[in-house]
Design a protein around this ligand. Structure first.
Ligand code: ATP
Length: 425
C-alpha cells in the first residue's frame, strides 16, 4: 500500500487534501493524472450503464436536499455505525472493524478495554441561511435519495416504462469514525449508482438482482481487474443496511484484506413507499409501488483498486498495467533527440494530430529509456518515437507498455492502429 500511496503522490494521482496545512483526515485531492483516471472510470461506467442500454436514463441531483428527505428515508435514525472508545486513551473506533481494533490493541501492547458500542450517525450536518438560528441541513450520505424523490418526475417527463433504471454519479459525504487505508474510507467520496425499478414480484426482482450482480462483476473484469482478486460476499441478516431486503458486496482482495468495492442491494419498496411515491402502468392503468434493485459502487474505491491491481514491478521498472480505456494518457510522443529541430517539428505535428483523438503526452527530456520508464509508471499504453528514419519513410516506432515490443507503423496508419487497440469508445 505504501508503494501505491507514494506513487500517487510522486507522479500526481492523489495528494492529501490541504497538505500545506497538515492535511485533513478523510479528504483527498485528485491531481492531474488522478483526475484523468477517475474521469475515465466514470465515463466507462456511464457508457455501459446508460449509453449502451435503452432501459436506463441518467440523472444528477443536488447534494443538499430538503432535510425531510433524510427523515423519511430513515437516515437520521438508522444511518449509523457502532462506535467504541478505548478506555485507556479515548481513541474512537468502529466496533465492527476487527482490523482497526486489533491494530489499536497492539499499540497498548495487549488486550484493550473498550466502552460498550454506541450508535453514531454518519450524516454530515451543514448550517444554511443568514439569520440565527441557522437552518440545519445535511450533505447527502448517499446519492440514492435524489433519484427516489424524483421518481415520478422522471416517469412523467421521459418515456421510461417499468422495468427501467436511473443512473447517477456524484459526491456523497459520511462522518466516518475511522477514515483510513488511503482513499478507501474517506469522508468525501464519489458514488456511481443505478436504481433499477421492477414490478413488485418476488421472482422478477430476484432474477434482476442476480442479473445485476453478474453485470457489475463483469464490468470490473472487462476493464482488466484480475478475476481472482474479486468475489461476492452476501451480507449476513444482522449486518444488512436498514433499507435492504437482500444485499451482496463485490469485494476486492486488497493488501489490507478483502474489502467492499460495490454493493448490490434489493431495496424492495422501502424508499418509494417512505416518500409516498408510486407508478401507474400506462397500458393497464394498474397502480403499484415498484421494487428497486440497486448497484452502488464507489468511484474512489474503484480507482484505488484498479491502481493496486495494475501495479507491477519488473526489476527497477514500475509498470501500471491499466486497461488502455482507463489509462490517464493513451499515447506519449517523443522526438528521439531534443536538440534536432527537424525531429521536433515532425513529432509535434504527430502529437497534434493524435491529441485530437486521444489524451496524449509530450516528452523530450532525458534519454528514450528514461522516458519509457516514466510512462510505464503512469500506465501510458503506447510510446511513439520519431527518429531520423521517420524523416525518410514517414513511419514511427510504437512501443507497447506491457510487452516492451516495438513496431514500425506508418504515420497515416497511426490513428487506425490505436483505435483498433482501444476497441469501441
Ligand atoms: P462500508 O461497509 O465499507 O462502510 P457501506 O456498505 O456503508 O461501506 P454503501 O452504503 O453500500 O457502503 O455505499 C456504496 C459504495 O460507496 C461502497 O461500496 C463504496 O464503494 C462506496 N463508499 C461507501 N463509503 C465510503 C467511504 N467512506 N469512502 C469511500 N467510498 C465509500
Amino acid at each position: 500500500m505504501e508503494k501505491i500511496t507514494a506513487l500517487c503522490k510522486r507522479r500526481g494521482f492523489i495528494y492529501p487534501d490541504s497538505e500545506i496545512y497538515g492535511g485533513y483526515q478523510g479528504f483527498w485531492d485528485y491531481a492531474p493524472l488522478g483526475v484523468e483516471l477517475k474521469n475515465n472510470i466514470k465515463r466507462e461506467w456511464w457508457k455501459s450503464m446508460v449509453y449502451d442500454r435503452e432501459d436506463v436514463v441518467g440523472f444528477d441531483a443536488a447534494i443538499i436536499m430538503n432535510p425531510k428527505v433524510w427523515e423519511k428515508s430513515g437516515h437520521l435514525k438508522a444511518f449509523t455505525d457502532p462506535l467504541v472508545e478505548c478506555k485507556k486513551c479515548h481513541k474512537r473506533v468502529r466496533a465492527d472493524q476487527r482490523f482497526e481494533i486489533e491494530k489499536h490493541e497492539k499499540e497498548h501492547a495487549g488486550k484493550g478495554s473498550w466502552t460498550e458500542p454506541k450508535t453514531f450517525n454518519l450524516m454530515t450536518e451543514v448550517l444554511l441561511g443568514t439569520t440565527e438560528p441557522k437552518e440545519k441541513a445535511y450533505l447527502r450520505g448517499e446519492i440514492t435519495q435524489g433519484v427516489f424523490v424524483n421518481f415520478e418526475n422522471v416517469v412523467n417527463s421521459s418515456r421510461v416504462k417499468i422495468p427501467f433504471g436511473i443512473a447517477q454519479i456524484g459526491k456523497a459525504f459520511r462522518n466516518e469514525i475511522t477514515p483510513g487505508n488511503f482513499t478507501f474510507r474517506s469522508r468525501e467520496f464519489e458514488q456511481m449508482e443505478l436504481e433499477y425499478f421492477v414490478r413488485p414480484d418476488e421472482k422478477e426482482s430476484k432474477d434482476m438482482f442476480e442479473y445485476w450482480k453478474e453485470e457489475r462483476m463483469n464490468w470490473y473484469a472487462s476493464l482488466g481487474m484480475n478475476k481472482e482478486s474479486l468475489r461476492f460476499r452476501d451480507h449476513e441478516e444482522s449486518k444488512k443496511a436498514h433499507y435492504a431486503r437482500k444485499a451482496t458486496d463485490i469485494e476486492y482482495n486488497t493488501p489490507f484484506g478483502w474489502a467492499e468495492l460495490e454493493g448490490i442491494h434489493h431495496r424492495g419498496d422501502f424508499d418509494l413507499k417512505n416518500h409516498g411515491l408510486s407508478y401507474k402502468d400506462p397500458q393497464t392503468g394498474e397502480e403499484f409501488t415498484p421494487w428497486v434493485i440497486e448497484t452502488s459502487g464507489g468511484v474512489d474505491r474503484a480507482m484505488l483498486f484498479f491502481l493496486i491491481d495494475a501495479y507491477f514491478e519488473d526489476g527497477e521498472r514500475v509498470v501500471l498495467k491499466l486497461n488502455p480505456k482507463i489509462a490517464p494518457c493513451k499515447v506519449a510522443v517523443f522526438p528521439l533527440l531534443a536538440n534536432k529541430p527537424e525531429l521536433i517539428e515532425k513529432a509535434r505535428a504527430i502529437y497534434k494530430i493524435l491529441n485530437t483523438e486521444y489524451h496524449c503526452v509530450w516528452d523530450d527530456r532525458g534519454n528514450i529509456g528514461k522516458r519509457y520508464f516514466a510512462q510505464d509508471e503512469i500506465g501510458t499504453p503506447w510510446c511513439v518515437t520519431v527518429d531520423f528514419d521517420t524523416l525518410k519513410d514517414d513511419a514511427v516506432t510504437v512501443r507497447d507498455r506491457d510487452t516492451a515490443k516495438q513496431e514500425r507503423v506508418g504515420i497515416d496508419k497511426l490513428n487506425g492502429w490505436f483505435s483498433a487497440k482501444l476497441g469501441d469508445r
